[in-house]
Design a protein around this ligand. Structure first.
Ligand SMILES: [Zn+2]
Length: 307
């Protein structure tokens, strides 16, 4: 039997419940929705979170599908799914919590006496993360910015990263106060998956992520069956390419394309003068992100290149 606050989960059970983290002015509760699937056999505990940033919803749909696709009789260990980690931000359809204007992903491990984001972080960290052996935190890129799927890790020794079926992996130090970084600090093997763009539900990325997580679960022996391993490419450096001037951006390249320094990425069109300004790759690398919303101001992020 596992107990998380007032939620009890027996072996072989699927329990849907919620952690109460606070109240709205009308006293209706702020709830973190949880699905806990407890295997019949012993094994590790995997925590999967989505919507730490409220507008990144590919992960929410992925977790919805995951919660309906794992049979406890076929599971070893425990799967804890937190599909909406930041309900106030999710309800407002925005990245940060509008109640205190904080970025939840800078608030971990949280504080029981802080503002609402600190309290949410505290509940997630102390009730869920501390029980986990593995953490997968699901994110997406900015809105109107099409991105290549990417896994972020802290240690090159995380061999299990090869089970996600996602080709690009970034090794990084991580940001203090982020869920993955703080979980990593207390010994939880933590992965951040960046799938798709904020504010959208993208079938190709939801199914890719779901397939990858089920394969990861086979890889760490939570599910039966042979796991496939993807050859991964470790990227280290991220280069942002900004608009040289204001105008209409016309991208001329697709995400995932390999580029050489000086290659044309797109054009900014000046509606006053009729001129075209070519935006070029400042370095060799892979085009990771392309801005989809075409109105750009001087210095606005247009492309992202990883190398
Ligand atoms: Zn995010």
């Amino acid at each position: 039997m596992m107990k998380i606050d007032n939620i009890y989960v027996g072996k072989g059970e699927v329990v849907r419940g919620a952690l109460k983290v606070g109240e709205l002015p009308d006293t209706s509760p702020i709830l973190l929705p949880l699905t806990i699937i407890s295997g019949v056999e012993k094994g590790p505990t995997l925590l999967i979170c989505s919507a730490v940033h409220g507008n990144e919803v590919n992960g929410v749909e992925l977790n919805f599908r995951l919660s309906n696709s794992v049979d406890p009789s076929e599971l070893r260990g425990k799967l804890i799914i937190l599909s909406i980690a930041n309900p106030p931000a999710y309800n407002a359809k925005q990245r940060n919590n509008p109640m205190d204007e904080k970025d939840l992903n800078r608030c971990f491990p949280g504080s029981a006496n802080g503002s609402i984001s600190d309290k949410i972080a505290y509940a997630i960290f102390h009730s869920l993360v501390k029980r986990a052996d593995y953490l997968i935190d699901l994110h997406s890129g900015s809105e109107h910015f099409r991105m290549v799927p990417l896994v972020k890790i802290f240690e090159r020794s995380y061999e299990n990263v090869k089970f996600f079926g996602i080709r690009f992996v970034e090794t990084r130090k991580g940001i203090r106060g982020s869920l993955a970084k703080e979980a990593h600090k207390i010994g939880v093997e933590s992965y951040t998956l960046e799938i798709g763009e904020g504010g959208r539900l993208e079938e190709e990325f939801v199914s890719l992520g779901l397939k990858g997580i089920l394969n990861f679960m086979r890889g760490i022996k939570m599910l039966e069956g042979k796991a496939s391993k993807e050859r991964v490419l470790y990227v280290k450096k991220r280069v942002q390419v900004n608009a040289p001037k204001g105008g209409i951006l016309a991208p001329k390249i697709e995400i995932g394309t390999r580029v050489k320094k000086g290659m044309r990425l797109g054009e900014v069109h000046d509606v006053f003068t009729g001129e075209r300004y070519v935006v070029r790759a400042p370095e060799d690398g892979w085009v990771f992100g392309v801005k989809k919303n075409p109105q750009v101001y001087t210095g606005e992020k247009c492309f992202l290149i990883y190398k």
